[in-house]
Design a protein around this ligand. Structure first.
Ligand SMILES: [Zn+2]
Ligand SMILES: [Zn+2]
Ligand SMILES: [Zn+2]
Length: 345
């Protein structure tokens, strides 16, 4: 696999690369510094700070490349080994890297006050005058947000997003050990993740004022149908006033029998039709099915229900499904929010 690390000045991408190299068997792939300067067009001050990067055998090593494509090609031919780079600097390069299933983009961020402190410490160690906070913030803004070359385009697309507020290298290393970035499962969603994400995608089409719900029916790892909740065809959508009950904002469960909205599970079951739902069919839903959906799920012969979030009648639904011989399982996909790298105290 190839891990690309990106992030703001002194966020910690080199520290993380160094950890992967020392503790997890990764090797560093670098771009020739001339390429780097040309692409990033960094001002002299920035180059001074870049000079503090890990550059032991720079320009003399086999692992330094003239272009990003040469670097990518090298990693492609050796995908079973572990590679890391911190040299992806522009969006079109990143797009080409993200096309490859052996590539994982990891972003690292940290509070600007902490990054300034880390940068100042680094300057002191090199007997240079550190910039004041204002100057550092200006560099930082340019580095992240400058049109066309700003790094925020890269960090926005990261598959794993880290927040490195750790106060020491030991603390950072401990967090990274627990996190295990080298886990190959991060490269590709497993089947549960894949179908649950499809259910969440379907939920985005929901028009019900009460709650967005999405559902996917699967057999032998193939999608049979999808559904989301809302009013039936030809009726005004719930979010356009189609269901008076939902639009009144009554509390959960109040006036349920007057609701005109079909549930996501109902829509997916109706769409599939009974013939296509046979032994082994799995229903993925981002919310645990309600009672009226549960009895329909039991009746059409679904074998297993997988849901990600609880609802307000989970215990009752679970009892019905158990009695009907339908397996019920909760699976919540890993969130893609910020992962905090800091002590757990
Ligand atoms: Zn509704
Ligand atoms: Zn309704
Ligand atoms: Zn329901």
């Amino acid at each position: 696999m190839l891990i690309g690390l990106c992030g703001g000045i002194c966020a910690g991408k080199h520290a993380i690369a160094e950890y992967l190299i020392q503790h997890q068997g990764f090797q560093l792939l670098e771009l020739d510094s001339k390429y780097h300067q040309r692409i990033t067009d960094e001002p002299e001050d920035d180059l001074r700070l870049q000079a503090s990067r890990i550059r032991k055998n720079r320009d003399a090593s086999d692992l330094v490349f003239d272009t990003p494509d040469a670097l990518l090609d090298f990693a492609l031919k050796r995908w079973q080994e572990k590679w890391v780079t911190t040299d992806i600097a522009d969006g079109s390069t990143l797009d080409r890297f993200l096309l490859r299933p052996f590539f994982l983009l990891v972003s690292v961020d940290a509070p600007v006050s902490l990054r300034w402190k880390r940068f100042s410490d680094r300057c002191w160690r090199r007997q240079l005058d550190p910039p004041d906070l204002e100057k550092f913030v200006l560099w930082n803004d340019r580095h992240l947000y400058e049109k066309d070359i700003g790094r925020v385009y890269l960090t926005d697309r990261a598959q794993v997003r880290l927040f490195n507020s750790s106060s020491s290298l030991e603390e950072l290393h401990q967090s990274l050990q627990v996190l295990d970035l080298a886990d190959e499962q991060r490269l590709r969603p497993n089947w549960d993740q894949y179908f649950m994400q499809l259910a969440s995608l379907a939920a985005q089409r929901s028009n019900c004022m009460k709650r967005r719900v999405g559902c996917v029916l699967v057999r032998e790892r193939r999608v049979i149908s999808t559904g989301y909740n809302g009013t039936p065809r030809h009726l005004a959508n719930c979010n356009e006033g189609g269901c008076p009950r939902c639009n009144r904002g009554d509390g959960g469960g109040v006036g349920l029998s007057t609701c005109l909205c079909l549930h996501a599970e109902e829509n997916a079951l109706l769409e599939a039709g009974r013939e296509r739902i046979r032994e082994g069919a799995i229903l993925y839903c981002d919310t645990c099915p309600c009672l009226t959906c549960t009895v329909k799920i039991a009746q059409v012969g679904i074998s297993e229900v997988v849901y990600s979030q609880g609802y307000n009648m989970d215990t009752e639904s679970a009892a019905i499904l158990e009695a009907a011989g339908v397996r019920l399982r909760q699976f919540s996909p890993p969130s893609n929010g910020l992962i905090y790298l800091q002590g757990s105290d």
